[in-house]
Design a protein around this ligand. Sequence first.
Ligand code: DAH
Length: 343
Amino acid sequence: MQNRLLNLKNQAIALIKDIHTSKELEELRMSLLGRRGKFNDLLKELPKLRVEERQPVGRMANEVKQTLNQLIQEKQLQLNQVGPSNKFFDLTFPGKLPAIGHLHPISQAIEEITHIFERIGFTRVRYPEIDWDWYVFETLNMPEDHPARDEWETIFIDTPPHPTKGKLVLTTHTSNGQVREMERVKTPPIRMLNLGKCYRRQQDATHTVMFHQFEGLVVDKHINIPHLKGTLDYFGREFFGKGIKSRIRPFNFRFTEPSFEVDFTCTNCRGRGCRFCKSGWVEVGGAGMVHPDVLRAGKIDPTKYSGFAFGWGVERVLRLKPGLNIADIRILYNSNVKFLKQF
Ligand code: DAH
C-alpha cells in the first residue's frame, strides 16, 4: 500500500508537469483526488490493513494528498500567469519596442537652421510673438497709415494700446527682433538669428495663418552687401546642398536700403528651369542693408555702423529641400502620422 501511494505521487508529479491548460489540470485533479479518483480508490483498501499498519499508512496518505493539492495549486498559479489563452509563453522572448516619436519636421528644420547660423557666429534669440506695433512696424520705418503695412495682413489684439508703443499685434514677421536686439546689445557687433512664430490673415496651399520665420541681423563697422550675399550663399549650400546658390534682386522694403528679394537655385531642376520654378530660381524672402532710420530707432549711430538683415519662412525653405517637394504646406500641420513618420 505504501508503495502504491508513492507510485501515485510520482505519477501525478510527472502528469502535472505536462499540463498546459486549466481544463486539463482540473480533469487531472478529479482523476486523482476526486470522489472516484485514484486516491480514494487506494484509501478504500485501508480497512483491509492490519491494525498496526493503518496509522502510518494513513499518515502517509494524508501527506501525499497534501503534496498533490499543493502541486496542483502551484500549477494553477503558473497557468494564470501565462495568460487567458494558456498558451506557452517564453519569458526570454525579446519584447515589443514601444512606439517612440521624434521631433516634428518643422522643429527639425528649426534646429538645422539654428545650427547653420551658429556655426558662423550668430546667436539665436527669441522675442515676443505678441508684440507692440512699435517694434513690428513703427521703428521699421512704417508709421501708422503707411501703405507699406498692407503687405502684412495683420491680426491686432483687442486691448488698450501702450501709451507710446501703440497696439498689440500678433507678430507678422520676425523683423520685430531687429530693434529689440539693438536695444539689448547696445553696442555692435550684433549677429542675431531671431526665429519664432508669425501670424497673418491668410490661408492657402503655400500660406498658413501661423508659420515660422527667421530673421538674421548683422550690425558692425564696414558691413556691406557682399557680406550679405556670402551669408545667403552659405545658407543655400548648407541647407539645400552643394551647388545651390542665392540670387538677390532689387526690391523695396521700408526697413532696408537697398532692399532685395532673395532667390535660391531651384532644387527640383537645379537651375535648368522646370514647370515648378519656370526660371531656375525660387523666391524665398527678403533682405537688404539696414535702413539708417532703423539703426537710429535702435540707438545705433548709422555714421559709424552699418548692417544687413534678411528674413523668410521656415516652412518655405523646408518644402524646397531636395526630394521633399511639398506642394501644400498645410500637410505640415495636420498631424498625419503617415506623413510625419517619413522624417
Ligand atoms: N520681414 C519681411 C517679411 O516678412 C522679410 C524681410 C525683408 C526681412 C527684408 C528682412 C529684410 O530682414 O531685410 O516679408
